[in-house]
Design a protein around this ligand. Structure first.
Ligand code: ADP
Ligand code: MN
Ligand code: MN
Ligand code: MN
Ligand code: MN
Length: 363
């Protein structure tokens, strides 16, 4: 069995030509709201832009998005990039999901509302930079998953040596992270960096600066590529906010945020006098949209603020919001919302930030 799989790996089927057919991978968020699904449609026409890609359907009863009797869910193509696995001219197409009337969003289609909010907020020109953290897990035995490189059933050296680390005993999983960076850039995603994180086998990649709805689109596509590479590497990608109990950092997705006013002269004062009070006022409401099980992570320890208590600080990593020192120094710039957990939906987080600040909590 193993031998067959290895033989298949050596046979690079991605190099076979497709006889001028273009393979379009339709990608969507499923009924967990945290995971992605995809399937391929073969086109015999050139695919140059989104307009060349048609709506499609899938069996929503198999993704927890519909019941068997009314099982069809429609896929609306919304963001297209290059497929880094199959290579050009093949495409990845992120899709929104709709009920058969093609107007009612299906379960967990939060892009639908995010796009409306981003349109409303257009005049404040929101920019985002999302720091997506994740754990790499490896199978030990048949079912049990444990962080890559950790002694089976045991623990590695305590934290302190792993963040931005090098070296065999400090850095686990660089090859996958590196492959992911390349694949995202080839796809055309706005990935701006990677680093190993505080916990061993925990990593981060950054998406941004991205404008409006693009932040969510690119983050979901980067997550998709990461899981696809995980298949190749035999590594499970884990976004649980607190996968390992004890003195091991949880996994977050800091969201850096700015608007035209925070980026202008006087932006720092504007953040302090206008943005931060609004974020404080909306704290509890926003936390509901910032990822499931986030209260296990936001303990006030391990470089977090507290789940039930809004806080901010210049340059502080123990707060809900960090205002970078550079923003204070320049008198303008951006802020870092440290509250979202790794399993959050960026459409919700970005919308919540824009709604609480630019729209003054209107929605
Ligand atoms: P940290 O020091 O918290 O680890 P990172 O370097 O990982 O920060 O991430 C910072 C993110 O902030 C990057 O994704 C970057 O693109 C983003 N960013 C920088 N300037 C702005 C801005 N004006 N508005 C929004 N995001 C920004
Ligand atoms: Mn079928
Ligand atoms: Mn970071
Ligand atoms: Mn980080
Ligand atoms: Mn950060």
């Amino acid at each position: 069995m193993t031998e067959t799989i290895e033989n298949l790996r050596d046979f690079n089927y991605y190099k076979l030509n497709t006889n001028k057919h273009v393979l379009v991978e339709y990608i969507w968020i499923d009924g967990t709201g945290e995971r992605l699904r995809s399937k391929t449609k073969v086109y015999d026409t050139a695919i140059k832009s989104l307009e060349d890609v048609e709506w499609w359907t899938f069996d929503g009863s198999s993704t927890d998005q519909a019941i068997t009797k009314f099982s069809e869910i429609f896929l609306k193509p919304v963001c297209m990039v290059r497929d880094p696995f199959r290579g050009d001219p093949h495409k990845f197409v992120l899709c929104e999901t709709y009920k058969p009337d093609r107007k009612t969003p299906a379960r967990f289609n939060f892009r639908w509302i995010a796009e409306k909010i981003m349109q409303e907020a257009n005049e404040c020109d929101p920019w985002f930079g999302v720091e997506q953290e994740y754990f790499m897990l490896k199978r030990t035995g048949t079912t049990h998953l444990w962080p890559l490189g950790w002694p089976i059933g045991g623990f590695p050296y305590p934290q302190g040596r792993y963040y931005c680390s090098i070296g065999e005993r400090n850095n686990f999983g660089r090859a996958l992270s590196e492959a992911h960076q390349r694949a995202c850039l080839q796809a055309g995603l706005k990935l701006s960096g990677i680093n190993s994180e505080v916990a061993p086998s925990q990593w981060e990649f950054q998406i941004g600066i991205a404008h409006g709805i693009e932040a969510g689109d690119h983050l979901w596509l980067a997550r998709y590529i990461l899981e696809r590479l995980g298949e190749e590497f035999g590594i499970d990608i884990n976004y649980d906010p607190k996968p390992i109990q004890g003195d091991w950092n949880g996994t977050g997705a800091h969201c850096n945020f700015s608007t035209n006013k925070t980026r202008e002269v006087g932006g720092y004062e504007y953040i302090k006098e206008f943005i931060l009070p609004l974020l404080e006022k909306n704290h509890q409401k926003m936390m509901l949209l910032y990822g499931l099980n986030n209260e296990a992570r936001l303990t006030g320890k391990h470089e977090t603020g507290e789940y039930n208590q809004f806080s901010w600080g210049d340059g502080s990593r123990g707060c809900s919001i960090r205002v970078p020192i550079i923003t204070k120094e320049l008198g303008k710039g951006y802020l870092e919302d440290r509250r979202p957990s790794a399993n959050m939906d960026p459409y919700l987080v970005c919308s919540a930030l824009v709604d609480a600040t630019c729209m003054n909590g209107k929605n």
